[in-house]
Design a protein around this ligand. Structure first.
Ligand code: ADP
Ligand code: MG
Length: 342
């Protein structure tokens, strides 16, 4: 039998294969960051991102409302704009719908999509619409702008930087667990308030646009990305992009410092789940992950004070490769892996 696409090294092996065949045109940053960066004029760079959501891979149609699906399709893309420290300016929506989708569903989808895009300044500028003989497929692209050369790239981490994140981690992963259990169960028991909140964090992540803009203005904020696959995967992208032939970067993550919501803590102990593992591996939190010069952390946290917490979860080091997970002084033997397709 022929080798499957998984044999290329999964999702990232495939992306690396594509990348190895492309040379970026001068002045353009293409594949490899949360957005591509292109010069727009002498003062401004254009950033562009796109994400695809497929029924039964990214969502279960019987569980998610049309409004939630539209919100999430836009939010996951806006999150990549936030990760660059950029301001959204426009978006495109391409959608393939089975013929049995109702007019009411379509109307609710579009109303919600336009509402979130308007809220963040990303005017709907176009797209494409087709029927589907299989699952619903939704592809959104968002454009943003950022002062020339000021995009926050994955490749800017330095040894000694603090590793920080916005908000709380693991909520979305727990929300997904709740969703999968209720889809599997015959009788639809009413969710308690914690489970309801976790499901909302899964279906309605907050794009950290305002936070990204405020952090983007600080020179001391070095590398930045959003957390879509879990820190255990995403932080490796920063380490790889920021390493050079002479300096290989690694990271220490202090698991006791991970910001966990009280709802996730309560839900995890009631349901015998590992909140730390969810926070590191489950992904789809769409919080911002960044490295900050220690001298600038207080300023960065102060800037976000009225919006969301900013927490130090570790530091960048040149003393070892990869991620070391520490609990106090003890290195954990448990290994963690983020989400990957294939
Ligand atoms: P994110 O989670 O931030 O959306 P991904 O992990 O999906 O980023 O992608 C990593 C990088 O690879 C991005 O720069 C993205 O544009 C690029 N990429 C992913 N899939 C493809 C593809 N099929 N063709 C070209 N570039 C791709
Ligand atoms: Mg991203």
């Amino acid at each position: 039998m022929a080798d499957s696409v998984a044999s290329l090294g999964g999702e990232f092996g495939f992306i690396n294969l594509i990348r190895s065949r492309i040379t970026d045109p001068a002045g353009i940053c293409g594949i490899g960051d949360d957005c591509a960066v292109l010069p727009m004029n002498s003062k401004t760079d254009l950033v562009v991102t796109t994400d695809l959501l497929i029924e039964d891979v990214h969502f279960i149609l019987s569980d998610i409302t049309a409004a939630q699906l539209a919100y999430k399709s836009a939010a996951v893309n806006l999150s990549d704009i936030a990760a660059m420290g950029a301001r959204p300016i426009g978006c495109f929506l391409s959608i393939a719908l089975p013929k049995n989708v109702t007019a009411k569903w379509a109307d609710q989808f579009i109303e919600s999509f336009i509402a979130i895009c308007d809220r963040f300044g990303a005017t709907l500028l176009g797209g494409d619409t087709t029927s589907s003989k299989g699952p619903i497929a939704i592809n959104v692209a968002v454009l943003g702008k950022v002062p020339c050369g000021r995009s926050k790239l994955r490749s800017s981490a330095r040894p000694g930087d603090l590793i920080c994140c916005t908000g709380t981690l693991g909520d979305s992963g727990a929300g997904l667990d709740v969703v999968l259990s209720r889809v599997a169960s015959a009788e639809k028991a009413k969710l308690d308030a914690d489970a309801e909140w976790l499901v909302r964090r899964h279906y309605e992540p907050t794009p950290r646009i305002q936070e990204g803009l405020l952090l983007g203005e600080l020179e001391g904020v070095h590398a930045m990305m959003d957390i879509s696959d879990g820190i255990a995967s995403d932080l490796n992208h920063i380490l790889k992009a920021s390493s050079t032939s002479s300096i290989q970067l690694g990271a220490d993550i202090h698991v006791e410092q991970l910001p966990l919501s009280s709802k996730l803590r309560r839900w995890s102990s009631a349901n015998d789940k590992d909140a730390i593992e969810l926070a590191l591996t489950a992904g789809e939190d769409f919080e911002l992950l960044m490295t900050i010069s220690p001298d600038d952390f207080d300023r960065a946290r102060g800037r976000l004070a009225s919006l969301c917490p900013l927490t130090v979860i570790g530091e960048i080091t040149a003393s070892h490769k990869g991620i070391r997970y520490m609990d106090g002084d003890q290195e954990l033997t448990q290994q963690f892996a983020g989400y990957t397709h294939f």
